[in-house]
Structure formats: C-alpha cells, structure tokens
Design a protein around this ligand. Structure first.
Ligand SMILES: Nc1nc2c(c(=O)[nH]1)N[C@H]1C(S)=C(S)[C@@H](COP(=O)(O)O)O[C@H]1N2
Ligand SMILES: [Mo]
Length: 326
C-alpha cells in the first residue's frame, strides 16, 4: 500500500467537527466497502456504459468562451495547470476529500435558476442562460488562497458582482448579500449528512459586493467551468479565504442583517464573517504566515488581503483593530 505524508491542509476544513474527523477516518479505513454497495444500487450507474452521464452533458453557454481577458488583473506567479487545480478542490456537498469530480456524476448544470430576493425593488428569478445575456463575460487572472494554507492562480471567466447588484436594484435599507448554494441530496451525497447546516451559505457587505474584485464566475481556463469548480455559477473573492467563495449559487438575498455563513455556523471560533487574508492572524489550526503553491509545492509568504490591498483596504478603514479576520 502506498503511504505518504499528510500535508497540513490535508486535515481539511471539514475536520472542524469531531464527527467529521471520525467520518473521514472511516472513509479512509473503510476503503469503500459501503460505497461499493451504493454504486451497485445506483440506477444511474447501472445504465449502459455508452449512455452519457448527466454530469458530462455539453454546456449550452460554451459559445461564449473564450472571453476577452481583462489585463487589469495580472499575476505575480504562473497560472496553476488545470490538471492540478481541477483535482484538488473543496466542495463538501460532494466529498470531504480533495478529489471531488468523481463524486459529481449526478450533478446537472441545467436547468439552473438563480433567485434574487430580499430588500430589492423587484425580486426575480432568472435562468442562468438568460442571466448570461444580461452581462458580458471577461477573463481575469486571480490568486486564490484557502484558509488551509494552500494557494493557486487561475484564469476565471465571469462578470462583476456589481453588475448583479445593479440588476437587483437593492433598497437603501439593504446592507448585506447572503449567497446560497443549491440543495439536492439526491445529487450531493453529503447533504444527507445532517450534522452540517446545508445549504452552504456565505455573505458579503453590499460595499464588498460592489468592489471591482468581487467576480461572479461561470468559467475557467477559457471554457465553462468544470463541475468541481462550482458550475454553473460561483463567486471569486480573491482577497478573502477560499471558503467565502461559494459554489453552485442559486440565490442572492439582500438583507439588513449580517449573514451567518456555513462555516461560522459549524464552528464560530474558527470562521468568521470577514475572512480577509491576513498573514499576521493565525487560524487555530493553520498559521497564515505562508502558503503552499499546489502546483509546485513551494512555499511563499502570504500577503495582506492576498496582495489585493490596493483595491480593498479602503473597505476596512477603522476596522483594523477589531478581530475581524475570521
Ligand atoms: N458550495 C460550496 N462552496 C464552496 C465550498 C464548499 O464546500 N461548498 N468550499 C469552499 C472552499 S473551503 C474553498 S477553498 C473553495 C475552493 O474552490 P476551488 O475548488 O475552485 O479551488 O470553494 C469554496 N466554496
Ligand atoms: Mo478553503
């Protein structure tokens, strides 16, 4: 049996509860005896091998790619190869491990409806392809930093979150946006794990959502995003830890109350609302002073706001002394 050293980030965010530690250990030890039985029982996998899996269906928005690159967002490091970034993901609805794609065989990217509600002039629901007609896609090179102290750099395709805020026409009383991921336990096996408060929820202040960096992502590497990256709609907030960047988003609720995020609900002592990247504030389980590049394994010092201070520092004026980083 091939045994290798576990790296720090392989004791993942999902280990935030003792139950999850037990579960992942059982998964590792059990070598999938239970999982094997589940596969046999699965009607989807019992279909002829020639039948196309729903998760492999072509994306109807493929013609929109590649989108023009916006050169305002440059990198200080090479782009992470897709072979690496697409096999080291966090998507707990599907897997508590990092190789998520194989657990997504039942995921379907269409139909996909996005709901905009709460403190807005006219709440609405819109299909993802109609939403794509109302915005224009561009490509941006962004760094991405997980609180587990690993990082990558990728070419996302998407549109500014500010454009969605404009479509929503928030009322003056709206101060925050809550983002919700999809719920479908038939598709996402871990949503049957009632120890977690599904759906995955994240939140931003309205001011953060309007910041130029807040980017709603539909694609990566010049094509529609593969499922494990959070297709067909996720967000990228490169100055915050990765857990703020919800995947598989189906709802944006404008509110006057600070949203309680998924991880905050699980373990408030470890995860807070702001989650701005800060090398000086250690997470209880991970120093944030440096990070490991998932492509090269090299470590580099972590930068305040993940190096995006020029764009976002102004959002936090006067808050620096608060313990706001988790
Ligand atoms: N719905 C949902 N969104 C999620 C997560 C998740 O488990 N579920 N994980 C988060 C975490 S912890 C990180 S680091 C990023 C990972 O994004 P990537 O797999 O594209 O690198 O997605 C975030 N968004
Ligand atoms: Mo993360």
């Amino acid at each position: 049996m091939h045994i290798r050293r576990r790296r720090g980030w392989e004791i993942p965010e999902s280990a935030a509860t003792p139950e999850a530690v037990y579960l992942s250990r059982r998964e590792a030890l059990g070598a999938g005896i239970g999982a094997g039985a589940a596969l046999l029982a699965s009607p989807l996998l019992a279909t002829p091998a020639a039948a196309q899996r729903v998760s492999d269906m072509p994306d109807p928005s493929a013609d929109l790619y590649p989108a023009k690159r916006n050169d305002a967002y440059a990198l200080d490091r090479p782009v992470t190869p897709e072979a690496r970034s697409s096999t080291l993901n966090n998507y707990y609805e599907f897997s508590y491990g990092k190789n998520v794609a194989p657990s997504m065989t039942r995921f379907q990217r269409r139909p996909w409806t996005v709901k905009v509600d709460g403190l807005v002039e006219k709440p609405f629901e819109i299909g993802i392809d109609d939403l794509l007609k109302k915005v224009s896609l561009e490509e941006r090179l962004y760094r991405h930093r997980c609180v587990e102290a690993w990082s990558m750099a990728v070419p996302w395709t998407g549109f500014p979150m500010a454009d969605l805020v404009a479509l929503a026409a928030p009322m003056a009383s709206a101060k925050y946006i809550q983002m919700e991921s999809f719920v479908d336990p038939k598709v996402a096996p871990n949503q049957r794990d009632f120890r977690y408060p599904w759906p995955y929820v994240e939140g931003l202040t309205l001011e953060e959502a309007r910041n130029e960096l807040a980017f709603l992502v539909t694609g990566i590497y010049g094509k529609p995003a593969p499922n494990q990256f959070g297709a067909p709609l996720r967000i990228a907030l490169p100055w915050k830890y990765g857990f703020k960047s919800a995947k598989g988003i189906v709802r944006f609720t404008f509110t006057d109350k600070q949203p309680v995020s998924f991880w905050e609900a699980v373990q408030a002592s470890e995860y807070g609302f702001w989650a701005n990247v800060n090398p000086k504030v250690a997470h209880p389980r991970w120093s944030q002073a440096s990070e490991e590049d998932i492509a090269t394994g090299n470590r580099r010092p972590t930068l305040l706001y993940n190096g995006y201070g020029e764009q976002v520092a102004g959002l936090y004026k006067g808050l620096e002394t608060q313990k706001i980083w988790y």
